[in-house]
Design a protein around this ligand. Structure first.
Ligand SMILES: Nc1ncnc2c1ncn2[C@@H]1O[C@H](COP(=O)(O)OP(=O)(O)O)[C@@H](O)[C@H]1O
Ligand SMILES: [Mg+2]
Length: 299
């Protein structure tokens, strides 16, 4: 899948703005961005569900939107909002979805046991959608996206709203797909998810890619390696002092984030100071994300 200089406007406003992105086959790609950044719109453009105002899009080698329907035969999609049929059972949902792809009932039935096993829903095959937990629904949406044995799987926030247990189960499933050589494109708000699963990450804001690379590259390129988070009553008073001891400081609520190449001068000073607590940790993708997109709330 590739997008070249793609723009999409709503009411004159560019929601996707000259965006270029190419997926390498067999790898997992992450699209990160604050709410409203244009992630879902980008995926919908790539799938040919909406038409761009400018730019070229290819999906599995075919020009989109012109040949999108044919290309989508080899693509699995897990949309942001669940679109499971609530009147159907788990099993019936898989059958109905397979029918969209023109698969015969027999063919779908032959695939169902493996799909149910993959989703950990074998025991719930006859259960109706409203009786499933959020995690089960998400896993069903994932199983459903695999009914046509896709080469490319596009997942829009596959783990939003899940508890940590359910999230780990979904990650296991995604890791299996990566091991099978599938190409994945996922959006997420969980930096840990992106860091664990993705080979490459594109950070998108205001419809533009503002940084791209492997999780390690992004951390190395954009952020100091050490972070000291300072909390407690004295943290705010300590900020002016901290600025002299580290490269960059950010105040967010009660916490002072100090970014530095060498944490020692900071932690030594903090150890001598009463009324503050601190956590020294390596920089992570979330630090990169917050540095590049800011700490202000969106929407
Ligand atoms: N059909 C639409 N009509 C008008 N505005 C839209 C439409 N779809 C998305 N938008 C706007 O485009 C922006 C990006 O939306 P979206 O791609 O859903 O962002 P994200 O998935 O990154 O949260 C938002 O400001 C959203 O309100
Ligand atoms: Mg979205």
């Amino acid at each position: 899948m590739s997008l070249h200089q793609v723009t999409k406007r709503y009411a004159g406003q560019a929601v996707v703005d000259g965006l270029t992105l190419a997926l390498e086959p067999g790898r997992c790609h992450g699209l990160l961005g604050p709410n409203g950044a244009g992630k879902t719109t980008t995926l919908r453009l790539a799938l040919g569900l909406i038409v761009p105002d400018a730019g070229d899009i290819r999906l599995l080698g075919r020009p989109v939107p012109r040949e999108a329907a044919a290309a989508r035969q080899r693509v699995g999609v897990v949309p942001q909002a669940d679109s499971l049929d609530p009147d159907f059972s788990v099993r019936e949902n898989l059958i109905a979805y397979g029918r969209y792809f023109g698969l015969g009932r027999r063919e779908i039935e032959a695939r169902i046991p493996a799909l149910l096993e993959f989703a950990g829903l074998t025991a719930r095959a006859q259960a109706r959608v409203p009786t499933l937990s959020g995690g089960m629904r998400r896993r069903l949406a994932l199983a459903r996206a695999l009914v046509n044995d896709p080469e490319l799987i596009i997942l829009d926030e596959p783990t939003t709203g899940l508890d940590p247990q359910a999230r780990h189960l979904v990650w296991q499933g995604l890791r299996r797909l990566i091991q099978q050589g599938k190409t994945l494109l996922l959006t997420t708000h969980f930096m840990e998810e992106a860091e664990r699963l993705c080979d490459t990450i594109s950070i998108i804001d205001h419809g533009r890619i503002i940084a791209a690379g492997s999780p390690r590259e992004l951390i190395r390129r954009h952020i100091e390696p050490h972070v000291v988070e300072v909390y407690g009553e004295g943290a705010a008073d300590w900020a002016s002092h901290a600025r002299r001891l580290c490269r960059r400081c950010e105040q967010a609520g009660e916490t002072l984030f100090c970014y530095t190449d060498d944490a020692r001068p900071l932690t030594d000073a903090l150890d001598r100071r009463a009324g503050v607590r601190y956590l020294h940790r390596p920089a992570n993708l979330e630090d990169v994300f917050l540095k590049l997109t800011g700490r202000d709330l969106r929407e």
